[in-house]
Design a binder for this molecule. Structure first.
Ligand code: NAP
Length: 258
């Protein structure tokens, strides 16, 4: 049980749904105060209602991570509500499948704008406040897709998720003098609205390819994020943690069968 997260101020981008909502739920359960950020105010209100309904302290700030001013305004609202920021979870991301031969400039740019530029804007907006924390933390939601594996249709997505790790390794060096750590969780397939949108056939295929024979839960990703965000993980920076039910392990169908 991580005790050091009590009363910490946390921002979760893309915290209104899916993995981000799971991360937010783990943090509020551990006694942290959480601001979730997303574009859809209805989803934001529903997420806050659910978090508060479980006894958590939570608020919503509307914001688009691709817009620098949105992120500055959202962070300012969170600071006003909580008095500072200790932990930033840069989680917002999109994964619209697009085959390489059909990849338009727009499709490429959209994924890069949300997944990479959005991460940068979130960090830049939060950084002045993280510097004031006694244990500033940044945790990125990357993926197995890109850093470790490939999947047809996700060349742009994989490039952004691998790019997040390249960014992280230099950021870890630049942020060390402020005693801020930055680490990344690499989820495998996790059951979220975004994954449900890919269809039941995709979910069935993924389930069969995971040694533990199920998709992950959003809370299982949240627990990994909470570890990196804790004071207990204070000597870890620039590192990754794969949370994938063993999906990246088998070398062959025989190996998967066990
Ligand atoms: P999801 O269910 O589609 O939720 C995405 C969240 O991000 C929503 O809260 C959405 O809210 C927000 N978001 C999207 N674009 C945004 C923008 N421009 N500005 C602000 N918020 C934005 O997706 P998910 O499956 O939970 O994925 C979350 C993260 O985990 C992503 O980075 C994804 O790459 C990563 N991941 C997911 C899986 C998986 O299996 N699910 C696996 C590996 C990695 P609004 O639409 O209201 O803005």
């Amino acid at each position: 049980m991580l005790t050091s997260l009590t009363n910490k101020s946390v921002i979760v981008t893309g915290g209104t749904k899916g993995i981000g909502k799971g991360i937010a739920g783990v943090f509020t359960t551990l006694g942290a105060r959480v601001c979730v950020i997303g574009r859809n105010a209805h989803d934001g209100a529903a997420a806050v209602e659910a978090l508060r309904g479980s006894g958590g302290i939570a608020t919503f700030c509307r914001g688009d991570v691709t817009q620098q001013r949105d992120m500055e305004a959202a962070v300012a609202t969170a600071v006003e509500a909580f008095g500072g920021i200790d932990i930033l979870c840069a989680n917002a991301g999109i994964f619209p499948p697009t085959p390489l031969e059909e990849m338009s400039e727009r499709a490429w740019d959209d994924v890069f704008a949300t997944n990479l530029k959005g991460m940068l804007f979130s960090i830049q907006a939060a950084l002045p406040h993280l510097k004031h924390s006694t244990a500033g933390r940044i945790v990125l939601t990357s993926s197995i897709t890109g850093p470790l594996t490939g999947y047809p249709g996700w060349s742009h997505y994989g490039a952004t998720k691998a790019g997040m790790l390249g960014f992280m390794r230099t950021a870890a060096l630049e942020l060390a003098r402020f005693k801020i750590t930055i680490n990344a969780v690499l989820p495998g397939n996790v059951l979220t609205d975004g994954v449900r949108d890919l269809g039941q056939a995709y979910i069935n295929t993924m389930t069969a390819s995971i040694p533990l024979k199920r998709l992950g839960t959003v809370e299982e990703i949240g627990h990994a994020v909470a570890f990196f965000a804790s004071e207990e993980a204070g000597f870890i920076t620039g590192q990754t943690l794969v949370v994938d039910g063993g999906q990246t392990l088998p070398e062959s169908p025989q190996a998967l069968a066990g």
